[in-house]
Design a binder for this molecule. Structure first.
Ligand code: DGL
Length: 267
């Protein structure tokens, strides 16, 4: 299929988390037209049921694809990807890249053979995570913890608010306090919001921890899938779409502009 140079890449998340996936993708493909969609009306996903997410995400992506005609869609959300990736792929006729917990690199890199998976409640209970842990970390102790408060912390940070330091500490305590937690040397950031607060997590860690996530791998995957396609000569304004526009979204404007997203729209 012939792709027009101005056909965008669509990034999708419940909120601002997908920006941690957008950043390395923009670095790899600096003139790629970007449409970033946040389901602010459905946020947060991490405390929703599998059925709710499986119904909501493919329907929304269908509408977004119809409106913006992207060349490729990225589900920049672990919760949506681990639950709904197959449904979305079945519903769309463009390539769809998902975000799944970076368990493989953590298992490769963990010296103590103990690592954590920090995600949303919905993600850490997925059979998908069991499969990745069994396949790549069979000789490791894999600790899991879900934190909805850390998702809110990332949103607050991008709105420019003052942050409560106990949030990152408590999220990590959910891993450190489990049996084997004192030997944990790596943590998989299995929610795309969490790399946005990596500095706060590093600060809050009571022992040296390396954090890993999938952003760079996804950027390489996007570059590979679009390797023969044309791009504009210069970058244009990126579009940020919210399923609900409110004051919280208005407060995000400066942070969004830092990612090249200067036009705000609603779906
Ligand atoms: N950023 C999302 C993820 O990667 C979900 C955050 C939420 O809406 O709970 O899982």
């Amino acid at each position: 299929m012939k792709v027009a140079p101005d056909a965008p890449i669509l990034f999708f998340d419940s909120g601002v988390g997908g920006l941690s996936i957008l950043a390395p993708a923009r670095a790899a493909l600096p003139t790629a037209p970007i449409v970033y969609a946040a389901d602010s009306a459905g946020f947060p996903y991490g405390t929703k049921s599998e059925a709710e997410i499986a119904a909501r995400v493919p329907a929304l992506l269908g509408r977004l694809v119809e409106r913006y005609r992207p060349r490729l869609a990225v589900i920049a959300c672990n919760t949506a990807s681990t639950i709904a990736l197959q449904h979305v792929r079945a519903a769309l006729d463009i390539p769809v890249v998902g975000t799944v917990p970076a368990i493989k690199p953590a298992a490769l890199l963990s010296k103590n053979r103990v690592f954590g998976v920090l995600g949303t409640d919905a993600t850490v209970r997925q059979p998908y995570v069991d499969r990745l842990a069994a396949e790549h970390g069979a000789d490791c102790t894999v600790l899991r913890h879900g934190s909805a408060a850390l998702v809110q912390l990332a949103e607050a940070k991008l709105r420019g608010e003052t942050l409560d330091p106990t949030v990152a500490r408590n999220a990590l305590a959910g891993l450190f306090d489990q049996p084997g937690g004192d030997r944990m040397d790596m943590v998989v950031l299995a929610c795309t919001h969490f790399p946005l607060v990596e500095a706060e997590l590093t600060e809050a860690a009571r022992q040296p921890i390396r954090f890993v996530h999938g952003g760079d791998g996804i950027a390489r995957r996007i570059a590979y899938l679009t390797r023969d396609q044309p791009w504009p000569a210069v970058p244009g304004p990126g579009i940020a779409i919210f399923t609900r526009l409110d004051e919280g979204v208005e407060a995000l404007r400066p942070a969004l502009a830092g990612y090249g997203l200067t036009r705000l729209e609603t779906l």
